[in-house]
Design a protein around this ligand. Structure first.
Ligand SMILES: *[C@@H]1O[C@H](CO)[C@@H](O)[C@H](O)[C@H]1NC(C)=O
Length: 267
């Protein structure tokens, strides 16, 4: 049986395929998808907690696929092939948000290496040896930049987002000072380069949100520990992210065009 051209075209339109890519041309989806790579603070987690990635979809006009997983660092996400899984899924025009840091500290050289600590420092060619398994461990920059470059090679766009802060009002006093992974995230985005990779300081956006909320309201968002938020907290952390994107907090990112207006205003 031969295809009727008109029916064939209609079928293609129905599944959202714009056109058959020519040889060597990257395939582009009719509607982009936002993929999220991160840890428990972004992931779908269990009550009384929730990660902010579950709320991003409320504030953007395109689908969000939350691939964040609890307990992961840039290193363990990379080692488990999680970035590769996203690499296989992305098409040109999709956006991948990479946000790690909470589980990336510590020393991989120690005999009790937890499989998550990155090699300290920011150089791409600095390596460590796991004190537990003997495996080669790379820096945060290495893992994030390697993933970002692979996504960009497929025509996707990467937003490197800095990790969220912990409860900044723990103990009743507003704490200052950012995790070193904030600076590392900014640097990784810069190394890969715009427009493929851009940066947003989610840490600073949430820090500003908490300063505005004050002690009691911020503490109420942390029902269990100082790292993981309640669903209400996760929604606010998502809104702070979107506000930072909408306001070009650290430069324009490709996510801006997908922010539903009016954008949230929480800090
Ligand atoms: C991101 O932008 C905000 C607002 O201008 C600023 O306070 C923050 O320091 C910037 N972050 C970095 C890592 O440059």
């Amino acid at each position: 049986m031969r295809f009727q051209p008109a029916i064939f075209t209609a079928a293609l339109a129905a599944v959202g395929v714009e056109a058959r890519p020519k040889n060597g041309e990257l395939s582009r989806r009719a509607s982009p998808t936002i993929y999220l790579a991160g840890d428990s603070t972004m992931a779908k987690t269990a009550s009384p907690l929730m990660g902010w990635g579950e709320y991003l979809g409320k504030y953007v006009s395109v689908p969000v696929v939350n691939k964040a997983i609890s307990g992961r660092s840039a290193r363990s996400y990379w080692n488990e092939g999680r970035f590769t899984e996203i690499e296989k899924l992305v098409a040109a025009g999709d956006v991948v948000v990479i946000e790690f840091g909470h589980n990336d500290g510590g020393s991989p050289n120690s005999a009790s290496d937890n499989g998550r600590s990155d090699c300290p420092g920011t150089a791409l060619d600095t390596t460590c040896k796991s004190g537990k398994t003997g495996e080669t461990v790379y820096t945060f920059a290495y893992y994030v930049e390697d993933a970002a470059r692979r996504f960009v090679a497929k025509g996707a766009l990467v937003v490197v987002s800095s990790q969220t802060p912990n409860n900044m009002w723990e103990g009743g006093k507003y704490g200052t000072g950012a995790s070193r992974f904030v600076e590392y995230a900014a640097r990784a985005a810069k190394d890969v380069g715009a427009p493929g990779a851009t940066f947003v300081d989610h840490f600073q956006a949430v820090a500003a949100l908490y300063l505005k909320l004050g002690n009691a309201k911020t503490n109420a968002l942390y029902p269990k520990d100082h790292t993981h938020t309640s669903p209400e907290g996760a929604d606010l952390v998502a809104q702070a992210f979107v506000q930072a994107i909408a306001g070009d907090f650290n430069g324009t990112t490709p996510l801006k065009q997908y922010v539903k207006l009016p954008a949230p205003s929480v800090f």
